[in-house]
Design a protein around this ligand. Sequence first.
Ligand code: URA
Length: 233
Amino acid sequence: MRLDQHIASSSELSRKDARRVVISGRVSVNGTRCKSASTHVTEHDQIMLDDRFLTLPGALYLMMNKPAGVISATRDSNQPTALDLLPADMARHVHIAGRLDKDTTGLLLLTSDGKWSHQVTSPRRDCAKTYQILLAESLSEDARLSLEQGVLLNGEDKPTQPARVVVRAPTTIELTIREGRYHQVKRMLAAVGNHVAALHRLSIGSIVLDDALAPGQHRTLTAAEIAAITEPD
Ligand code: URA
């Protein structure tokens, strides 16, 4: 749809006023100022008027228990994606809020609301993510302390932020991190001389993977789960 149409549908403004605010430079699309009211946008784009995100009514919010072997991409012609596991009319409208590696399982959030997904993934929001990890070797006390204090990832010069580690068994831990660097969990464990044998996401903020969902299944989020993302955790 056109940008002015999106603004009129997601705010109190008329189409004429929507055009005016765009031309006056008050609107950005995915972080870049846009002065053309006829610009084509979709529900996946993040539209801001001044410092306010605009959300289209009737947005979709889902959780999925991601199975191993599917990628967290919107579309890939060669490999199965998480969206292929949804009914086609639903998949058309949603995007993934916080990716997982192909071999990682567990909680994946999907939505048609660009503002909401921004809050899930924004480094400024520091949303906590908890992973269950099966390790190749048992975790030493030194390694646990290093993970909790912050470790230097290969090729980076800034240590990771303090993490929370809960040891469930010698080779099974839960790790809570607030950042989202590339392959972060696997690289954190590599940094302390261990190796991730299996990785499963349990929660994002206070949204916990529903254990009634078999791998590949999804359900819509409750109103409380949707609202929880905007509250501090
Ligand atoms: N960290 C990883 O290394 N992989 C994931 O899929 C998620 C977090």
